[in-house]
Write a protein that binds this ligand. Sequence first.
Ligand SMILES: N[C@@H](CCC(=O)N[C@@H](CS)C(=O)NCC(=O)O)C(=O)O
Length: 209
Amino acid sequence: MTTTLYAATRPSSATPVEQAFIELGIPHQTKRLDLEAGEQHDPAFLALNPNGLVPTLVVDDQPLFEGLAIIQYLGDRDGVERGLWPAPDTAERLQALSWTTWAYAHLQWAIRLMMFAGHPMVPAELHHAPLEKHARKLQRERLEVLEAHLDGRDYIVGDRYSLVDLTLASLLGWGISIGVDLEGLPRISAWLGQCTERPSYREIYGTTS
Ligand SMILES: N[C@@H](CCC(=O)N[C@@H](CS)C(=O)NCC(=O)O)C(=O)O
């Protein structure tokens, strides 16, 4: 089986998938697209992912796009035997699907809304102060759900680090860089500290955050 990851030449949505590959230690090749040069619009790449986005995975000529789908697929395929993803038909497997999807579909959505409504990197004409305030409240409420979930737990699912922690920590690391505040969320802060100590995190992000 050949496995090829299309990533970018810079940090991107493919970065958590690249970290997952480091954790899993599975054979694969990485092809890097220069997004600024528009290589994602190449017809050959669009045939794999019509959205023209990285990450895109190709397994024996079959494409799989969307970072969340790729991480869940790699967890199922390679993570179980490496202790990085719960076994099928366990309560932990269901939790792993819930929390990774929660990260991408529920928490990330609120953080992105906050970013678009007020972050300096977004053009000022798109800013909307009341929307930013609302989105900030939403992301805080969502983080409080995670804070409560971590009561009495060291990891999001089960009793060991998994691709679930990797997924959420990667999202939060990005969130913090654009203004998510963990003040008053001590369990998330402690859990994130553990995740950023992983050699794979240091390798991919260059430093702890
Ligand atoms: N929801 C997608 C988002 C992917 C995405 O936005 N990728 C960006 C890089 S961070 C990209 O490929 N951009 C190329 C472009 O916009 O032309 C995922 O999580 O896989």
